[in-house]
Design a protein around this ligand. Structure first.
Ligand code: SF4
Length: 66
C-alpha cells in the first residue's frame, strides 16, 4: 500500500493528522506530510479514516504494482 498526498490539492486542513496521528503530520506550512519512515504505513487502521476525513480528497492509497 502506497500513500500519496497530492500537495497541489491539500489545503492544510489537518484532518488527516487528527484522524491518523500515527501516519500523518503537518509541515511548517501546515500542509500534510507523512511522518518519517511511515511511507509504508498502509496497515494503520486509522489510515482509511484519514482518507475519508480529508475534505478535498488529497490522500490516495494505492497498492504497489505487482
Ligand atoms: S486532511 Fe487533506 S487537506 Fe487536510 S492536511 Fe490532510 S491531506 Fe491536506
Amino acid at each position: 500500500m502506497d500513500i500519496h498526498i497530492d500537495t497541489d490539492v491539500c489545503i492544510g486542513a489537518g484532518q488527516c493528522a487528527l484522524a491518523a496521528p500515527g501516519v500523518f503530520t503537518q509541515d511548517d506550512d501546515g500542509f500534510s506530510t507523512l511522518l518519517p519512515g511511515r511511507e509504508g504505513a498502509g496497515r494503520d487502521p486509522m489510515l482509511r479514516e484519514a482518507v475519508r476525513a480529508c475534505p478535498v480528497g488529497a490522500i490516495r492509497l494505492s497498492d504497489p504494482p505487482h
